[in-house]
Design a protein around this ligand. Sequence first.
Ligand code: APR
Length: 247
Amino acid sequence: MTANSARPYAYQRIVVLTGAGISAESGVNTFRDNGGLWENHRIEDVATPEAFERNPELVQRFYNLRRAQLTEVKPNAAHLALANFEQEYDGEFLLVTQNVDDLHDRAGSQKLLHMHGELKKVRCVRTHRVYDWSDDITDNTLCECCQQPNLRPHIVWFGEMPLFMDEIYRALQSCDLFISVGTSGHVYPAAGFVELATQAGADTIEINLEPSQVKDAFQEHIYGKAGLMLPMYLTKLLQACQASKDA
Ligand code: APR
């Protein structure tokens, strides 16, 4: 936080957006930090509807591995700090994540929207029913609702519509603080949230390892590891919000 913020921190409606960078210190690979490859695959080969049509086995195997990997990782200080902040803060709070891992859930975040879907869910391609899921999906896995091998990962692939957009836009249009953590700002609509929050009159801050693609749209910036920077920032923010309420 810098001393020249537009407001004395009396924030009442906070929206936080997180991306892959917040899970990096838990051991989950980010998307764009490995020469354009995600776990050794080009994103177009595993994260598009066309890829699933072309080679469903490869795509299912890829997400089976990602799902299985969740048992080896745990929430880090940044996930825990957000859950703790939400619990202590008495204004309105919404956490929107682009991440498909379950680390925010396991950290205890409550008002949480997974706009790009969840590894721990699958969906029937015929009925669109969504199921909680922890196992692999294979050629023989039958969907409960239609008894056919119709399940796909409940992941928003490139070219598909992100989830919960009405709810997210409503929150952005009325927020007074927007915090972005661990996202490179390459992927819309999430990369445009800062503009919407700014139009709503909100203060905006980017917390990331390095300047993002949309850094210029933010009023404030903190560069460093989320596991270190975010807990420090949220502790100060909570104190400031509580102090301004008591004043
Ligand atoms: N702390 C903070 N930021 C970090 C850390 C860290 N420890 N490690 C990496 N970062 C930053 C990187 O510098 C980068 O700017 O996190 C950002 C991660 O960016 P991406 O890999 O592009 O991930 P993200 O922005 O979440 O991607 C958005 O793209 O592929 C799709 O659907 C997928 O949700 C994903 C979306």
